[in-house]
Design a protein around this ligand. Structure first.
Ligand SMILES: *[C@@H]1O[C@H](CO)[C@@H](O)[C@H](O)[C@H]1NC(C)=O
Ligand SMILES: *[C@@H]1O[C@H](CO)[C@@H](O)[C@H](O)[C@H]1NC(C)=O
Ligand SMILES: *[C@@H]1O[C@H](CO)[C@@H](O)[C@H](O)[C@H]1NC(C)=O
Length: 395
C-alpha cells in the first residue's frame, strides 16, 4: 500500500513540476488545453469521434461533455515521464518520514488546486480562434467544431458563444468546401439555438436561415439532415424565424420533401416533426392568423400518406402532427376526409398496428402508437361532426 501511495505521490510531484515549468513559460492556457484535447483526439475526452456520430440528432445525450481533466493529466504524465528520473525521485521519497510525506501531500494538493482546468469560456475561445485561423489543418478545424458541439450544450455556454465571436465564426464554416466542416457547423448552430431565443436571434440576424435551407437540398443526406436540424432549431417558437422561413419558401421545401419518397427517411421524419412544431406554435398563439399553408390539400395529403409508412417512427410522428393540424381553426375536417382519406388511413393503421402488437419486440411501441391513433380518430370525427352539425344548422 505504502509503495503504491509513494509512487502516486512521486508521479504527481513530477507532473506538477512539469506543469509549473509550462506555466512559468506563460503558456498555461494553450498547453493545458492542448493536453486535454490531445486526449480527446484519442477518443478519451468526448467518447465519440465525429465519424461515429449517431444518426438522430434530436437525441440530446449522444455526447456528454465530461472533461476528465485529472485523469487526462495523469495519462499524459505517465506517457511523458522519464522512467530513470521517476526512479530517482521514488528513492528520495522513500527516505521521507510519515510526517514529511503528509506535508508533501498537502503541498501537492495545493498545487493541484492552483493548476485549475481552463473554464469552458476559455476552451470555447481557443476553438473559435482555431476556426478563424485560415492556416489550420482540416483535422484541427473539425476538432474545433466537435469541441464547440459539446461546449455549447449548456445554455450558459451557448449564451457566451456570441460574446466570444463564436456565432459568426461557426456560421462562416457553412461556406467551407469540406462537407464534414459544413455538416458540423450546421450541427453546432442547431445545438446552440435549440430552445434558446437569444442564440436563435443572433443567428437569424446574420441571415443564416436561407443558407441552411439551401443546404437542406443537398444531395448528401448527412448534410441535408443536419441543416434541417439547424433550421428547425432556429424557427421553433420563433416568429421572426418563421417569417423568414416562409419568405424563403420553406413551406414549398417541406411539401417537396414530404411528398417525394426519393428523399431519405430521416429527412422526412425531421420534416414531419418540423411541421408539427410549426402547427403547434400556431395552435398556441391564437392571436396570430393561421397560415394558408396548413390547410393546403396536397400538403395535408402528403402527411396522411406518411402516416401509412412502413416506418413506425415516421408513422408516429405523422400521427402526432395530424393531431395538431386537426385542431387548427382553418383546417377542414372534410378536406381530411375527401382529399386525404384520413378515415381509411386510420382504419388501415388500426389493422397494421394490431398485427404489430402480435410481435413481442414491437408490442409496446405499437400500443403507444395505437393510443395516439385513437386520439386522432376521436378529434377527427368530432371535427367532422361539427361540420355536419353546422351544415344542418345553416339550412
Ligand atoms: C488565458 O488567456 C486569456 C485570453 O486569451 C487571458 O485573458 C488570460 O490572462 C490567460 N490566462 C493565463 C493564466 O495566462
Ligand atoms: C494558426 O495556425 C497555425 C497552424 O496550426 C499556427 O502555426 C499559427 O500560430 C496559428 N495562428 C494563430 C494566430 O493562432
Ligand atoms: C423527387 O426528388 C428528386 C430529387 O431528390 C427529384 O429528382 C425528383 O424530380 C422529385 N420528384 C418529384 C415528383 O418531384
Amino acid at each position: 500500500m505504502r509503495v503504491l501511495r509513494l509512487s502516486l505521490i512521486v508521479l504527481l510531484a513530477f507532473l506538477i513540476s512539469v506543469s509549473i515549468a509550462w506555466a512559468s513559460e506563460d503558456r498555461v492556457n494553450k498547453s493545458i488545453s492542448g493536453l486535454v484535447w490531445s486526449t480527446g483526439k484519442e477518443g478519451g475526452l468526448f467518447g465519440k469521434s465525429h465519424s461515429e456520430e449517431p444518426v438522430d440528432l434530436n437525441d440530446n445525450d449522444e455526447l456528454d461533455g465530461g472533461f476528465s481533466s485529472l485523469d487526462g493529466m495523469l495519462q499524459w504524465a505517465i506517457g511523458h515521464s522519464d522512467p530513470a528520473k521517476l526512479k530517482d525521485a521514488a528513492k528520495s521519497m522513500q527516505r521521507l518520514s510519515d510526517d514529511e510525506l503528509k506535508q508533501r501531500q498537502i503541498e501537492i494538493q495545493d498545487l493541484m488546486e492552483k493548476l485549475r482546468m481552463p473554464s469552458d469560456a476559455e476552451l470555447m475561445k481557443v476553438a473559435i480562434d482555431d476556426l478563424n485561423n485560415i492556416s489550420i489543418s482540416l483535422e484541427d478545424r473539425l476538432r474545433a467544431l466537435e469541441e464547440l458541439l459539446v461546449l455549447v450544450e449548456p445554455i450558459d455556454n451557448a449564451n457566451d458563444l456570441n460574446k466570444l465571436g463564436g456565432v459568426a465564426a461557426v456560421i462562416s464554416q457553412l461556406d467551407n468546401l469540406d462537407l464534414d466542416v459544413r455538416k458540423l457547423a450546421a450541427w453546432v448552430i442547431g445545438k446552440a439555438s435549440q430552445n434558446n431565443p437569444v442564440v436563435q436571434n443572433q443567428v437569424l440576424e446574420l441571415r443564416t436561415l436561407a443558407k441552411l435551407m439551401k443546404m437542406v437540398r443537398s444531395d448528401v443526406v448527412e448534410e441535408a439532415t443536419k441543416a434541417l436540424y439547424a433550421v428547425s432549431a432556429l424557427i421553433r417558437n420563433n416568429f421572426d424565424g418563421q417569417k423568414i422561413f416562409y419568405a424563403e419558401a420553406g413551406d414549398l421545401m417541406l411539401k417537396d420533401i414530404l411528398s417525394n419518397s426519393t428523399f431519405d427517411i430521416r429527412l422526412r421524419r425531421k420534416c414531419v416533426s418540423l411541421v408539427g412544431d410549426l402547427a403547434e406554435c400556431q395552435l398556441e398563439n391564437t392571436d396570430k392568423s393561421e397560415l394558408p399553408f396548413f390547410s393546403d390539400h396536397s400538403f395535408l395529403k402528403a402527411i396522411v400518406d406518411l402516416a401509412l409508412s412502413d416506418d413506425l417512427e415516421l408513422q408516429e410522428k405523422s400521427l402526432a402532427t395530424i393531431k395538431i393540424l386537426l385542431q387548427l381553426r382553418t383546417t377542414d375536417a372534410s378536406t381530411f376526409k375527401d382529399s386525404c382519406a384520413l378515415d381509411n388511413a386510420l382504419e388501415k393503421m388500426r389493422m397494421q398496428l394490431r398485427q404489430l402488437m402480435e410481435e413481442e419486440d414491437q408490442r409496446e411501441y405499437a400500443m403507444d402508437v395505437e393510443i395516439l391513433r385513437r386520439e386522432v380518430e376521436l378529434i377527427f370525427y368530432k371535427k367532422l361532426e361539427n361540420v355536419y352539425h353546422m351544415a344542418t344548422f345553416s339550412l
